[in-house]
Design a protein around this ligand. Sequence first.
Ligand code: MRU
Length: 349
Amino acid sequence: MEELAALRWEGDFVSLLDQTLLPHRTAWRRIATQEEMEEAIRRLQVRGAPAVGIAGAFALYLGLRGFSGSRDELVPALQGTARAVAAVRPTAVNLAWAVNRAVAAAHTCPTVPAAVASLLKTALDLLQEDREHNSRLAANGLPILGKTCRAMTYCHTGAIATGGHGTALAILRRGWQAGAVAHVYIPETRPLLQGARLTAWELKRAGVAATLVTDNAAAWLMSQGRVDLVLVGADRITARGDVANKIGTLGLAILARHYEIPFYVAATRSTIDWSLADGGDIPIEMRDPREVTHFSGRAVAPARMPALAPAFDVTPAPLVTGIITELGVHRPPFAETLPRADPGALASP
Ligand code: MRU
């Protein structure tokens, strides 16, 4: 079976899997400019915090590869481009983290060609590193599953949301292979259906026993004793362990607490924002209200109905049982147990 990838570097351009067309069509887009990459990120053709970060690093390279000014002029150009790219999706810190890391590496280069080459190298390194980190994270997560775990996940955290295998979904896939996961429940994840379109597709492809449910079936399933564990990904984790993730995650965490079900979060350290403690300070991306009033291009609400489309919510740390990273399973108090990211992990460009 062909390995899944969100994007590939083709020597002169990026091939990007258009995730908005899945599961019905597998189509690759050719992305050769910063603007094309920004548009792909904005339209969620590439999505999932780690994949968006990697795409952002490529956007920076594509935007600056034709730079013809001096070394001194490159500095403001780099910073301006990094700010523009990072602003496309403000909640997932991976995007700002990745472009910051690329800018920091380019700053150390003595010439413009060397700086531009380093931008490409950073993007390729990020792709490779994320793959490796996902693999370690998946192994670290196995002990939380117990023996015959019936898990609920949310949104989509698989291979194409990352540089490689995925985060929460990689643990569940590996758990299934090891016989530790018996079943996975997938809420569809309104309004854009990442659960129904992407998680269901990836788990089916991997042969994992899984059932799709509407988002509002989660409480009923838990009340019936059919969920042993909730395992989700993250878009930003603060220094004290508050977790921003797809809108609806907070509801699942509150339900899990009510029904005394462990609630775990899986993310690589690139998702930890050490500059913030309070999750209330995480900027929440607001999307086009048409994503709520329309479905597949058709209106499902009265004309001009006001609607709100927050893309993410924040689960407070006290509702989180543990956070799994490439370095292990971290337990509360997270301010003391979360592992520091590398020095490239600055907050915003
Ligand atoms: O808006 P999306 O589809 O980019 O949201 C994705 C999520 O919320 C994921 O759970 C998160 O990015 C983790 S991906 C490993």
